[in-house]
Design a protein around this ligand. Structure first.
Ligand SMILES: [Zn+2]
Length: 447
């Protein structure tokens, strides 16, 4: 699959802005942008029942008479626009279509209030099941790239970023961890309601929660307030394996610039997970990633690095996924170097050898939807950064990283912008290097 189905969803009355990302043509909507999601959710673990009220504050880009939203597997019971009840909401497998009681002119702010519910579950995608997932005893959200509509109605697109206020009420024996800054919990009508506030712009795929039997420890991460939330039974393994998180934060702040969010939360689920997941100001690991032997330290570094690369500096399109994954992978090697492990150069040369034995049929700057999460994107992306470092030297290379995260903090960027940015800091064109690593298939050789 190439993921090039054009601008699906851009229809009459929706203006000319591209609704969808070319790699995810079924997601995303035209004609408006959501500035803020207020999610008031009730979840029952025992029955996997989710009910919610989503209140979206949006701005019209065009004159609107109708809006569409992404929502999968959950049913809408009632909707209102600016307080006026909507007559009939049309709903397909993955879209809502809401007629506006009165036309909304371009530039106007409007509020959509949507009551919905059902049994949330992952949705099928090119990349397997994504979105809401039940745990053995709890639940989590693994939304990247198109799973957000499995738990709230949204305009699901990597470059559409909003603020969030999320409340989740559930059985009191469970802890809810969410993306954003925890704002406490309270008992209400036999349930405990947990609240998270995220005031920095957040992509829909980076909104997430974990619901499980967990306990919370506060940790200081080089001055950044941190929390590690994990099952009591594996507390000793977690303390051991995540013990370096503060030093990791310090090493990354030195190399990447200030940590971009007010806090960092690590959630470790009681279940094993295939891969850890990044969310805004949060990362989610499986119990298997805390084996007590530090086997997964590189992934702890990888997920932390996403806070700069992917979460603060976001993607404009999925095509540029190497800006997230290449950088987070390179951060693994940088952490190794910073913590008296093998140097980034040693890692790079070993991965260069390995990549040379694999098919070289992928263009890093446009790998195609199907290969977006291919390990070759991650490793070649990291190698491209190492090649840049060897070309311009450490001082300029780290200046490129720090000013990149500064200039594009809390906004979206593209590969072209990175190339121009790096060349600007280096003070000379770098087209030969970037063309070879990013735009052509054959694997270049490191100098
Ligand atoms: Zn990653």
């Amino acid at each position: 699959m190439t993921g090039r189905s054009g601008a699906a969803g851009a229809g009459p009355g929706y203006g000319t802005d591209a609704a969808a990302d070319p790699y995810a043509p079924g997601s995303g909507n035209a004609g408006y942008r959501v500035a803020h999601y207020d999610l008031d959710l009730r979840y029952r673990v025992a029955t996997n029942r989710l009910d919610g009220t989503a209140t979206l504050t949006a701005v019209a880009l065009d004159d609107l008479t109708r809006v569409t939203l992404d929502l999968a597997h959950l049913g809408v019971t009632r909707a209102a626009v600016d307080g006026v009840r909507v007559g009939k909401v049309r709903q397909s497998a993955s879209k809502l279509s809401i007629p506006l009681p009165a036309p909304v002119p371009a530039g106007a702010t409007f509020t959509l209030r949507i009551e919905y519910g059902g049994a949330p579950r992952p949705r099928r995608s090119t990349w397997g099941g994504v979105g809401w997932e039940e745990l053995e005893d709890g639940a989590l959200v693994a939304a990247q790239p198109t799973g957000a509509p499995t738990w709230f109605p949204c305009d699901d697109h990597p470059a559409r970023r909003s603020t969030y206020d999320v409340r989740v009420a559930t059985e009191p024996e469970y802890t809810v961890v969410g993306h954003g800054v925890p704002a406490g919990s309270r008992l209400t009508r036999g349930r405990r309601e947990w609240r998270f506030v995220m005031e920095q712009p957040t992509a829909t795929y980076l909104a997430a929660i974990v619901v499980a039997r967990l306990e919370t420890s506060a940790v200081d991460l080089a001055g950044v307030p941190g929390r590690i939330v994990s099952p009591r039974a594996i507390g000793h393994r977690v303390r051991s394996d995540f013990g370096a998180l503060g030093a990791m934060m310090a090493a990354f702040v030195e190399r990447f610039g200030p940590y971009p969010f007010p806090s960092y939360t690590v959630a470790i689920t009681p279940d094993d997970l295939e891969i850890p997941l990044e969310a805004q100001a949060m990362a989610i690991f499986g119990a298997n990633h805390a084996d007590g032997a530090g086997s997964w330290e590189r992934l702890i570094a990888h997920e932390l690095a996403h806070q700069w690369f992917g979460n603060s500096v976001g993607l404009t399109t999925w095509r540029d996924i190497w800006l997230n994954e290449g950088f987070a992978c390179y951060a693994e090697w940088l952490w190794s170097e910073a913590s008296a492990g093998p140097s980034a150069d040693t890692h790079a040369r070993s991965h260069e050898r390995r990549l040379r034995s694999l098919p070289q049929d992928l263009v890093l700057a446009d790998p195609g939807a199907h290969d977006m999460f291919d390990d070759r994107v991650y490793k070649r992306g990291a190698l491209a950064l190492h090649a840049l470092r060897l070309e311009i030297g450490d001082d300029l290379f780290f200046a490129v990283l720090r000013t990149w995260t500064g200039r594009f903090a809390r906004t979206c960027a593209t590969t072209a912008q990175f190339r121009a940015h790096a060349a600007g800091i280096a003070g000379r064109p770098l087209d030969a290097l970037f063309d070879a690593w990013l735009e052509r298939m054959p694997l270049p050789r490191l100098p």
